[in-house]
Design a protein around this ligand. Structure first.
Ligand SMILES: Nc1ncnc2c1ncn2[C@@H]1O[C@H](COP(=O)(O)OP(=O)(O)O)[C@@H](O)[C@H]1O
Ligand SMILES: [Mg+2]
Length: 324
């Protein structure tokens, strides 16, 4: 084949480039300071991909999720959908963006209005996105898809348990057949017996129509069950990324190793080091954000931020010890 006949490689479905978010902190009379919630995060998601975003509380996971679904704007960096810069294409998110990129929130109690019926919550996005005629029937099908009885459509959100609400939120997000689903701890409110069913539903949507998923979790075990690739966030920075099985079999970053130790059951659990010396994300110093907690810390870690390097193909780590 002539070089000019090779078709251009399709851009990934969704791409995040150098995304940062700082929040102002302190009162009106205090010094102007900012908190670094997210710092130059980059990754891409292809159609049908399943990516887990892992990190402890406060690492920036929800901040990133809110940026991806455009509930918030970044302080720096950009995002591309089908190769187009979303901020240039549409300064405010359009209905089309909202349809293509859906989110399931962590708190199912906050995301459903108790004054409305479940049917209303499911029919509304269908009507908004042009499926008005069969919306009631489709709403009932969606309930069955997430393992709920169809007649739940007539009940108010007030009467549902947390697990039922979470499944309604998942049904609502899938109703408009999004291209990308961002799910913040989507199975945390569910009994173990229901988790597998919900994960299967996501897997079916991925296989059937190329749904891409970005799952947010603080738990590496959940990442193993849901995702082909894992991104590890610490202090708002990507510290490790790679295929889930490879990362879990041989983590590169000391923080990922600690996360794995914390995920072990019972007696095998290694205590996480105390946090008093943890690097503050307000006025962060020049070094690695993990240096204060790192059991393998060396002098350099305190004064220079390691770059994200690729010690082996497909793997990324931000650590002076594995820098290439
Ligand atoms: N709207 C906000 N204003 C100020 N600080 C915020 C805001 N949202 C998040 N933060 C801070 O940003 C950091 C990351 O938060 P978040 O993204 O919620 O973490 P995670 O979801 O990983 O627990 C935290 O220190 C949090 O307190
Ligand atoms: Mg969160």
């Amino acid at each position: 084949m002539q070089p000019e006949m090779i078709p251009p490689t399709a851009p990934p479905l969704f791409e995040v480039r150098g995304l940062s978010r700082r929040f102002p902190v302190g009162g009106p009379f205090g010094p102007r300071r900012t908190l670094r919630a997210l710092h130059e995060v980059s990754f891409s998601v292809a159609r049908g991909d399943s990516v887990a975003l892992v990190g402890e509380s406060g690492s920036g996971k929800s901040t990133l999720a809110r940026l991806v679904v455009r509930l918030d704007d970044p302080s720096g960096g950009t995002m591309l959908l089908d190769g187009h810069d979303v901020y240039t294409a549409e300064p405010r998110p359009t209905l089309a963006y909202r349809k293509r990129v859906q989110m399931v929130f962590q708190d199912p109690f906050g995301s459903l209005n108790p004054a409305h019926t479940i049917g209303h919550h499911l029919e509304r996005p269908l009507r908004l996105h042009g499926r008005a005629e069969d919306a009631p029937a489709r709403a009932r099908e969606l309930l069955v898809d997430v393992g709920l009885p169809a007649d739940l459509a007539d009940r108010s959100a007030r009467s549902l348990s947390g697990g039922q609400r979470q499944r309604v939120a998942i049904a609502r997000a899938l109703a408009v057949k999004p291209d990308l689903l961002v799910a913040d701890e989507p199975t945390s409110m569910l009994d173990v017996s229901l988790r597998a069913g919900v994960l299967e539903l996501f897997a079916r949507e991925r296989a059937a129509r190329g749904l891409a998923c970005l799952f947010i979790t603080h738990d590496l075990g959940a990442a193993r069950a849901t995702a082909d690739r894992v991104l590890v966030l610490y202090g708002g920075m990507l510290v490790e990324a790679g295929p889930t099985e490879e990362v879990l079999a041989a983590p590169l970053h000391p923080y990922t190793k600690l996360l794995m130790a914390a995920a072990l059951p019972g007696d095998l659990r290694a205590p996480l080091p105390a946090r008093p010396g943890q690097a503050s994300s307000i006025d962060p110093g020049p070094g690695c954000p993990f240096a204060a907690r790192c059991p393998l810390v060396i002098g350099r870690c305190r004064d220079s931020l390691p770059v994200l390097s690729a010690p082996s193909p497909g793997r990324l780590a931000r650590c002076h010890l594995t820098e290439t």
